[in-house]
Design a protein. Structure first.
Length: 161
């Protein structure tokens, strides 16, 4: 039996996560409720960080004297086609920019080859007091070179079944 990563996988350009649509994700018409796409994308961004070896709780408390927190500042979403119960979705995340006090991530949700949603997520980098702060260069490098981070801390077998 092969191991399947619960956190998805790092790709050449970023991250890929596979998710199934459950009954709880749908509305009365049987299609995915529009706000649930945000959940799928948040899981993918969180698992992307996890596989890069980034522990958000540790950054917030122990990152340095300032602390470091990621918050969604802006999100643009184009809904193309609906997902339905039992669909298998692929959520991809690609880093467009990581530096200064923000990151720009591009995310898509697909069912097979069909594009269901496309989004641009602008992430603000703030300190523990909620003020903008610079993303450390080493962390920015990880976002731009995701595939190189494979096998580093955060990619252990504890993320597999």
């Amino acid at each position: 039996m092969s191991l399947i990563s619960l956190a998805g996988e790092l790709t050449e350009n970023g991250h890929r996560l596979i998710q199934r649509v459950y009954y709880e994700d749908t509305d009365f018409s049987g299609v995915v409720y529009h706000a649930r796409y945000l959940h799928f994308m948040e899981r993918a961004r969180t698992d992307f960080l996890r596989l890069l070896g980034v522990e958000q709780a540790t950054l917030a408390i122990e990152g340095d004297s300032e602390g470091l927190v990621f918050v969604v500042h802006r999100m643009e979403i184009d809904f193309k086609l609906p997902a339905r119960m039992d669909d298998i979705l692929t959520i991809t995340t690609v880093t467009e920019k990581a530096g200064g006090a923000k990151m720009v991530l591009l995310q898509e949700i697909r069912r097979g080859e069909q594009l269901l949603t496309a989004s641009k997520v602008i992430i603000a980098v703030i300190n523990g007091q909620g003020r903008p702060r610079r993303l450390p260069e080493a962390l920015a490098y990880k976002f731009h070179h995701a595939k190189e981070s494979a096998g580093q801390p955060g990619t252990s077998s504890t993320n597999t079944v």
